[in-house]
Write a protein that binds this ligand. Structure first.
Ligand code: MN
Length: 434
């Protein structure tokens, strides 16, 4: 009888600014590995997002590797796919290093081997394969294009993607995978990416354990955190009840800053006991701005009440005087586009042009490129684009027709300071138009 652990979304290294939360997060992961070891599993599956980013702090890596190696030394194999957080298309991820060092095995081999997905055969007799998560829709095209091998005997498919039919409402439909694209005939589908526990046992046995701890405020507000011990393909959810969360909300709508302070005083007088206070303050103040309130003092007071840490969420708190920028899209590009669109009235540059310029300016240094070459490439790219600015402002059609826009150059150049060595200063260009 085969027994394995199914862990996902550990996000080690998250909460980098709160040592208490960061430590709880690490401990949850360590606990999951420890329980797996004590329950004598044959192997452990990590369905992506082991780390919160592709290059985590070495101190975090050291803790994680110690724990993983402890399991390995006890004869437990570990299998993983990349998540959307610990993967970077342009650079080696830490996961590559750990796989090379045989801390765990990547169960994704298709990139190296002509789009053929291969099985890892565990010594327990179970065949394991899977696909990594990607930003955006890239993972969906893999599912669409690949030929999946037919599993023989007991088999596990590991993946890190939302499934359209099972996903929570806040994940975009067009970024999720239709159930029909999952390959058939696996004994168990080990999911990651969705930060909620989801169980779907129809013709396919699809399970998402959700995070071992969580990676943001919304995650921490959920009541469940843990992982699965799967025995004979029947999952048992191991729930972590520690640490204890207290969740409070204050609605500051229509309050003056003094009245909000009174509300917080009232809350402070209440009986509360727990390890972590999650305090969300939202709404629009009728007078004053949030920065009138000393929130670090608020945190300190609640910590004095016995909480190990206080996670204050005031992203939705605003004063009437300040228009706050709300960010809800998950894709960096979407956020940028929206911010540019929101401020389009303040700039004489079109959103389209600003996006193009931004994409040139944020291009990274390439392998083997010297710093001088890199700087020149960025400057030249930006300059070429600036020369063609009017084509963007007047619509894209002219660009497609291949006009080079030289006749626009003089007018544009007036707005650009030329520095030494023919370099361009962008400070007067678009930066101070508001
Ligand atoms: Mn995740």
């Amino acid at each position: 009888m085969v027994k394995f652990a199914h862990i996902a979304d550990c996000h080690l290294g998250a909460f980098s600014r709160d040592q208490v939360l960061k430590e709880y997060n690490l401990e949850a992961f360590e606990k999951a590995i420890e329980i797996s070891k004590n329950r004598d599993v044959d192997f452990i599956i990590i369905a992506g997002d082991l780390f919160h980013n592709p290059h985590p702090d070495m101190e975090i890596v050291d803790r994680a590797v110690k724990k993983l190696m402890d399991a390995r030394k006890n004869g437990i194999n570990i299998y993983s796919v990349y998540g959307s957080h610990d993967y970077k298309i342009s650079q080696a991820s830490l996961l590559d290093v750990l796989a090379s060092a045989d801390v765990f095995k990547k169960v994704v081999t298709y990139l190296e081997k002509d789009n053929v997905l291969e099985f890892e055969e565990d010594s327990s007799g179970v065949s394991i394969t899977g696909l990594s998560g990607r930003k955006n829709r890239a993972d969906i095209s893999y599912f669409d294009e690949l030929d999946f091998p037919e599993p023989k005997g007991e088999s596990i498919f590991v993946f890190h993607s939302p499934i359209a039919e099972l996903k929570p409402a806040d994940i975009h439909e067009d970024r999720s995978l239709p159930l029909s694209l999952l390959p058939d005939n696996f004994s168990y589908y080990a999911g990651g990416h969705i930060h909620e526990r989801i169980e779907h046992h129809d013709e396919k046995a699809i399970y998402y354990p959700g995070p071992t701890f969580g990676a943001n405020y919304t995650d921490l507000e959920r009541d469940q955190r843990g992982f699965y011990i799967v025995e004979d393909f029947e999952p048992e959810y191991i729930s972590f009840d520690e640490p204890q969360f207290i969740k409070e909300r204050i609605n500051a709508d229509g309050l003056k800053t003094d009245e909000l302070r009174d509300e917080m005083d009232r809350l402070y007088e209440e009986d509360m006991e727990g390890d972590i206070l999650l305090l969300k303050i939202s709404g629009t103040l009728s007078e004053g701005v949030p920065s009138d309130i000393d929130f670090s003092e608020v945190r300190r007071r609640f910590r004095d009440k016995g909480f190990k840490t206080v996670f204050l969420n005031r992203r939705e708190l605003e004063g009437k005087e300040i228009e706050r920028i709300k960010v809800k899209e998950e894709k960096e590009e979407d956020v940028e586009t929206r911010l540019l669109e929101d401020s389009s009235g303040e700039s004489e540059l079109s959103v389209n042009f600003q996006e193009e310029l931004l994409s040139v300016l944020k291009s990274g240094q390439k392998d083997g490129e010297t710093s001088t070459d890199y700087e020149n490439r960025i400057w030249n790219g930006a300059w070429e684009l600036i020369k063609r600015r009017d084509e963007y402002e007047n619509g894209k059609d002219r660009l497609k027709e291949g006009e080079n826009g030289d006749d626009q150059e003089l007018e544009t150049q007036e707005k650009v300071k030329k520095g030494k060595d023919g370099q361009i200063s962008l400070t007067d260009f678009g930066g101070n138009q508001r």
